[in-house]
Design a protein around this ligand. Structure first.
Ligand SMILES: O=P(O)(O)O[C@H]1O[C@H](CO)[C@@H](O)[C@H]1O
Ligand SMILES: [Mn+2]
Ligand SMILES: [Mn+2]
Length: 403
């Protein structure tokens, strides 16, 4: 029986979103942002030489049609990424009014976000007094630090010492609909940080804030502060059934890999495997060998976004892409008869763009296992419809299969 592997390369956008101009932060819009093309162009110019060298080398993804998808979506060149030779390729546009992880994944799973997210303003005080009061009360402190838009690594460098002295949690946000709380794992306590996030989540979800995110860190003022892998997202619940539910309701098994569990609040997921991207790749390789007939494996590889996109690290992003490409190259020959593997993304995060936020872009849709050729223009929801059709389960969303 057919199996499906749906793999999200977090933030690997390919430019060309027709509504990019609407994503304007008061200084610059996302028009022209192009994560993949700008990385490839920087590599070709010899400007991404940290831990790697030369033009971007993604032979497996290029064979599946990644270079073609970039050129199709945006008209921009992706040097080093030649013509498709083995896969089916297209470019997908998002309609949800958000360029964040939940919006992208929900829509890829067949559900465009049916509401406007609440965003906190990029002003001197980002959060309203009642939210600040609730945060201080729930943490048992006299106040909170931060209360602003920030990069997570920058704000712990700036306020980490004050946090360990006062015990006050660091609350910050971004261009996404998020309320993030950074706190020291030992001084403040990891479980206490999770409890704080859990306590605040209902109030923030009622305001249509998509996620409350625990951002624990360790270290000292002398040695510097570093975030740990114990990040935890408390996401708003999905208002309707999505691909994972459709598959599960048809009596099939659904494997989640990485952040998928958090993003879908575990709805429709039978089994979740977690870890850093290297471990996730091990889980994926294992699932290609062991996932049961008729199953869906839904994976997210987040480090493109979290370690390199937000940090505006072009070399690091290129290294991560080259590592990922080599791993997928090892995995494809292990696919079984009847398997379909789809590679896509949830939004952009152009490391050459000003700021540290996501960028509104189209995303690639690369399909292995169902022949080759151009799919062309599709919507995010069409990914869910296509996976459902491949598995032979009823598609309940607005998408149309491109198979
Ligand atoms: O700068 P850090 O803390 O990594 O924050 C990033 O992580 C958040 C959640 O993915 C995004 O909204 C972005 O702001
Ligand atoms: Mn994302
Ligand atoms: Mn992100």
């Amino acid at each position: 029986m057919a199996r499906a592997f749906l793999i999200v390369m977090d933030s690997v956008g390919i430019g060309g979103a027709p509504d990019a101009h609407q994503f304007f932060n008061g200084t610059i819009s996302d028009t022209g942002a192009n994560t993949l093309a700008h990385i490839a162009q920087a590599c070709a110019r010899g400007e991404a030489e940290d831990g790697r060298h030369g033009p971007l080398a993604l032979p497996t993804l290029a064979n599946l049609g990644l270079g073609e998808a970039v050129r199709f979506a945006s008209g921009e060149d992706a040097p080093g990424l030649g013509a498709a030779t083995s896969g089916r390729w297209g470019a997908a546009q998002e309609i949800s009014p958000g360029k964040d992880t939940p919006s992208g994944h929900w829509e890829l799973a067949g559900l465009p976000v049916p509401w406007e997210w609440h965003y906190f303003p990029d002003t001197q005080a980002s959060f309203p007094p009642e939210v600040l009061r609730a945060a201080a009360e729930a943490s048992g402190t006299d106040g909170v630090l931060g209360n602003c838009h920030a990069s997570g690594t920058a704000i712990i460098a700036e306020l980490g010492a004050q946090h360990t002295q006062t015990g006050w949690p660091i609350c910050y946000t971004s261009a996404d609909s998020v309320f993030q709380i950074a706190a020291h794992e030992e001084h403040f306590g990891l479980e206490r940080l999770y409890d704080l996030c859990r306590a605040l989540a209902p109030m923030l979800h009622d305001m249509r804030v998509g996620r409350v995110i625990a951002r624990p860190f360790v270290g000292s003022a002398e040695e510097g502060f570093t975030r740990t892998g114990n990040r935890k997202d408390f996401a708003i619940a999905l208002p309707e059934a999505v691909l994972t539910n459709w598959v599960q309701d048809a009596g099939r098994r659904v494997y989640g890999v990485g952040k998928i569990g958090d993003i879908f609040s575990m709805t429709g997921i039978d089994e979740l495997r977690k870890g850093d991207d290297e471990h996730l790749m091990g889980h994926l390789q294992d699932l290609v060998e062991t996932a049961v007939d008729g199953s869906l494996t839904f994976a997210n590889f987040v480090e493109f976004d979290s370690l390199y996109g937000h940090r505006r690290d072009i070399s690091g992003y290129a290294r991560a892409l080259e590592w990922f490409d080599a791993q997928i190259g090892r995995l494809l020959p292990k696919l079984k008869e009847g398997d379909m593997l789809v590679l896509t993304a949830d939004h952009g995060n152009d490391p050459s763009w000003p700021g540290t936020d996501h960028t509104r872009e189209q995303v690639p849709v690369l399909v292995a296992g169902t022949g080759m050729g151009k799919i062309g223009q599709v919507g995010f929801v069409d990914v869910a419809a296509s996976v459902a059709e491949h598995l032979g389960v009823p598609s309940q969303g607005p998408g149309r299969s491109f198979l």
